[in-house]
Design a protein. Structure first.
Lengths: 167, 106, 395
């Protein structure tokens, strides 16, 4: 029972932080809320047995990508946004309806699948680093090497775009 | 008071993923600061990662974790290049609102 | 016993010991730096200045807790909280010794043994950047902002060589959990050379050890890499606008990071709690020997003391050391205390190296620091990892 309560706590943190991301006006608050979402999601991945992915989420996503976001926000000195009027129907009726729509699709898809045990902390079935390492270097070797070239291209692109023009 | 199940039912992970994805779309459509729009895209990617891991747990195969790992890698590369582009836009137009970077319109 | 109760007791004990140790590491640092610089250091508050950390804590707690009017309040208050929280959480996965047996109840000397303990520490050191960056930004002060950005850029630049240096012993020892890493370093070559990672297997990890130590100096913002927070540069960097308890929080976070990184270095490279020479040659009697000799020296100097107060304090210390030496001889608890002794003395040696280097080296300029990370450490770490992997694969 404590697994369900813990899941609800972390899911609640994730949803509240995501709502905060959308509602806050200053980008720094949005960025820190996104870090909160990623932390809560990392804990939910732990519940699903994904130790490696939880650690990768913390190291790569929350520890490197979001730090990059925060650097850019601090360097560009992005201020708060101005509010403009929008169609109220879109905001207050459209979004809950879309959430309902996607939620119903997810539920119907789940109903069509055979039943299986639910998520438990400590039920580490797959996702330990040994197995993922073996898969990455045997079955999925080609995508792994291609993503390394992708990262090289991204580094080159970022360096070219962000350097000072030499007149 | 309905009985609290002793393990988390699988549908709840998909519903959480759906809610986060919708919130990501909301941020993407309604915010005007380009960095916040970019962060909403990262939120959508995270919601999809959760779906992958949940299905990988259900079918007892580790392939979902591999897909999730690749999504993270691609998100990292995209964040690097996207932020470099945002820096260039700021250098040239001194603004960070996407409504004002519209000189190709009409 | 109930799992939650045991965890609560262990957490309380570790937290108490850690916080006391942080205060006293500062005492050790001040004394050692003073002796390197041919002076004495604090000696008035308590015998040999031993109550100086207490005096400092009382001063910092009772100072007026001021929030300047021009800062963004929420982030100003959040930043030291984040810095301290992530620095203290990392102690949860560090094992201090083997098992504790009380009656028929055993528990490992570790708060939690994660399967991915090493990745957990790496992740937390990545998230620890937020405290520094937010502190610099929230202070609304251009010196603090530049100091904060420089410090966080330095921390994330040195995470890469650190992670690659960590990958070396992981290749040799084939696990990510700290307890299994230390168990893999048990045993002796030729009967007397310990199988620590720096002497191990197909490729001794000496280069990895040095890369890890240098990267750890940069991660914890210590000399020679402490430009972003030095007092005579940039008006104290990112913690310019912080006073009293919040400033103490940043310093606690820095020392806690130092302790964590030293513990990780000892566990990965120096064999954790494995003794330096085998037990049949008498390594079990080393703590008794050291403590007994120190006790006898204290008692001898208590007879003709250099300062009048030492007539009372030195014999007390002498008796205390002799008592501790006796404790290590009790056969019931000696097997629990010996690994703890070896672990703590190795961590103490690494911390002494930290303090020693602080007293000896000047600091790097910021562009020298960053180019050192990217042009020297990173290629060296890659080459080292490549050679390690090659030697492991060829075996």
């Amino acid at each position: 029972m404590e697994h369900v309560i813990l899941f609800l706590v972390f899911a609640g943190i994730a949803v509240v932080a995501a709502i905060n991301l959308v509602l806050q006006t200053h980008p720094i608050s949005s960025a820190l809320s996104l870090v909160g979402v990623m932390g809560a999601l990392a804990l939910i991945y732990l519940q699903l047995g994904g130790e490696f992915i939880a650690s990768a989420q913390l190291i790569v996503y929350a520890g490197a990508i979001m730090v990059l976001f925060i650097f850019v926000i601090m360097l560009l000195n992005a201020g708060t946004e101005r509010k403009i009027k929008r169609n109220l129907w879109v905001k207050y009726a459209g979004l809950p309806l879309m959430a309902l729509f996607i939620g119903v699709i997810a539920y119907v898809v789940e109903r069509m699948l055979p039943p299986s045990p639910g998520g438990l902390f400590g039920n580490m079935t797959h996702g330990n680093p040994q197995e993922i390492g073996r898969l990455l270097f045997q079955t999925y070797l080609l995508p792994f090497e291609v993503t390394s070239i992708l990262i090289l291209i991204a580094i080159l692109g970022a360096v070219v775009l962000a350097r000072k023009e030499i007149e | 008071m309905p009985a609290i199940p002793d393990s988390v039912p699988f549908a709840w992970y998909l519903i959480l993923s759906a809610i986060l994805f919708t919130l990501g779309i909301a941020g993407f459509l309604f915010r005007r600061n380009v960095i916040t729009v970019f962060m909403s895209i990262e939120l959508m990617l995270n919601a999809v990662n959760l779906s992958f891991i949940a299905f990988s747990y259900k079918f007892k195969q580790p392939d979902g974790h591999i897909f999730s790992f690749f999504v993270m890698v691609v998100a990292a590369a995209e964040a690097a290049v996207g932020l470099a582009i945002i820096l260039t836009i700021f250098k040239n137009r001194q603004t960070l609102e996407i409504d004002e970077v519209s000189s190709l319109k009409d | 016993m109930n799992f939650y109760l045991v965890s609560l007791i262990k957490s309380a004990l570790v937290a108490f010991v850690l916080l006391t140790a942080l205060a006293y590491i500062q005492w050790v640092e001040r004394k050692v730096l003073a002796h390197i610089q041919l002076r004495i250091g604090p000696r008035r508050v308590g015998p040999h200045g031993l109550l100086q950390p207490l005096a400092d804590v009382i001063k910092l707690l009772t100072k007026e807790d001021m929030i300047p009017s021009h800062v963004s309040k929420f982030f100003y208050l959040l930043a030291p909280f984040l810095a301290v929280m992530f620095a203290l959480i990392s102690i949860a996965v560090i094992p201090f010794g083997t098992e504790v047996k009380i009656g028929n109840f055993t528990t490992p000397m570790q708060l939690t043994d994660l399967n991915v303990g090493v990745l957990f520490i790496l992740g937390l050191s990545g998230i620890g950047v937020y405290g520094v960056a937010l502190a610099g930004w929230a202070s609304n002060n251009k010196y603090a902002l530049i100091g904060g950005l420089r410090s966080s850029a330095q921390m994330i630049s040195y995470e890469l060589p650190m992670a690659m240096a960590i990958a070396g012993p992981l290749l040799l020892l084939n696990s990510l959990s700290f307890r299994e890493l230390v168990d893999g370093q048990a045993g002796y070559y030729l009967g007397f050379i310990p199988k620590w990672s720096i002497f191990h297997g197909p490729f001794p990890q000496i280069v990895s050890f040095f890369i890890f130590l240098i990267a750890a100096f940069a991660e914890t913002n210590r000399v020679p890499f402490d430009l972003p927070e030095a007092e005579n540069e940039l008006v104290a960097g990112f913690h310019t606008e912080y006073g009293s308890m919040k400033f103490a929080a940043f310093f606690m976070a820095e020392y806690a990071n130092m302790v964590t990184v030293s513990c990780v270095a000892v566990l990965l490279f120096l064999g954790g709690w494995q003794p330096l020479w085998p037990a049949e040659y008498g390594s079990g009697y080393l703590p008794t020997l050291i403590l007994g000799v120190s006790g006898l020296i204290c008692l001898y100097h208590g007879m003709n003391p250099a300062r009048p107060l030492d007539r009372y304090t030195l014999p007390v210390f002498g008796v205390a050391f002799l008592g501790l030496a006796g404790v290590f001889l009790i056969p019931a608890i000696a097997p629990m205390l010996l690994p703890l002794f070896w672990f703590l003395s190795k961590v103490g040696a690494v911390l002494f190296i930290y303090i020693w280097i602080r007293g000896t080296l000047p600091r790097f300029r910021y562009d020298q620091l960053m180019s050192f990370a990217w042009t020297v450490m990173f290629p060296l770490a890659i080459v080292n990892l490549f050679i390690t992997a090659l030697m492991v694969a060829l075996n």
